[in-house]
Ligand binder design. Structure first.
Ligand code: BTN
Length: 244
């Protein structure tokens, strides 16, 4: 089932409601624009008309501790579709951003919903994807304009949103299936497209700050950093960015 809104506050919010109501794996909520798209860390995701915004419900067969890897699988799927459809070679900034020309072109927000009754608990992942497609830079708030890009800015032609949407949904389902079968193969693939690898990075979580060099992901999907002192850290949660 695909539910389409010309405009909604957030497709993830609707998709989570649908998951709680017991809607099945494969249900998708899509919107032409979002008034308060949700980003990571409680931020708003700018979602002007012309972009592609959707949330896919999936019930992958995964241990609870591997659910965060769905974000990485989704990033790989987005990267692959941009490459196969447009020959654009993007990279993934751990854990959830797609970068092209050192600018963000897409963001991913996965949220888990657990519905339990007296007999069992069903865990559904809401996979939210926002991709800047037929927008121009002027469509974004001034403070974002220097750090985002869109397919239109890259290709100088408008893209057919429906075909891109179908390709992305298919690719995400495939990658999440691979994740459930062979997690290590998927993580190895991810390392090839790591935007932060070998870059000077800074990680912050509350009052904690770690600065060093990006080393890629651990077998659990955490991000590894080597401090300049040589000490290595494996980080999860918090915010990670390239140092300017
Ligand atoms: C981020 O960049 O921090 C993640 C952004 C995720 C945005 C998508 S757009 C579709 C879905 N609905 C939302 O409200 N958020 C996600």
């Amino acid at each position: 089932m695909i539910i389409y809104y010309d405009q909604i506050d957030s497709t993830n919010r609707i998709a989570k409601e649908l998951a709680l109501e017991g809607n099945s794996s494969g249900t998708v909520v899509r919107a032409g624009m979002q008034s308060t798209g949700k980003g990571q860390y409680g931020r708003t995701f700018s979602s002007p008309i012309g972009g592609l915004y959707f949330s896919l419900l999936l019930q992958p067969i995964l241990n609870q501790e591997h659910l965060p890897l769905v974000t990485l699988a989704t990033g790989l799927a987005c990267r692959e579709v941009l490459s196969s459809m447009f020959n654009l070679q993007s990279q993934i900034k751990w854990p959830n951003d797609i970068y092209l020309d050192a600018k963000k072109i897409a963001g991913i927000l996965c949220e888990n919903v657990i519905v339990s009754n007296s007999e069992n608990a069903i865990s559904t992942v809401v996979i939210g994807v926002g991709l800047n497609v037929n927008n121009t830079i002027d469509d974004f708030p001034l403070e974002l304009q220097s750090c985002v890009t869109t397919l239109f800015e890259q290709l100088h032609v408008k893209v057919e949103l429906d075909a891109l949407f179908s390709a992305l949904v298919t690719a995400i389902k495939e990658k999440v299936f691979i994740l459930s079968k062979d997690r290590h193969a998927l993580l190895a693939q991810w390392q090839r497209y790591d935007y932060l690898a070998n870059k000077a990075v800074i990680y912050t979580a509350g009052s904690r700050t770690v600065q060093g060099t990006g080393l890629g992901i651990s077998p659990e999907g955490y991000y590894r950093i080597r401090e300049y002192s040589g000490v290595e850290h494996c980080l999860v949660g918090g915010q990670l960015r390239a140092q300017s």
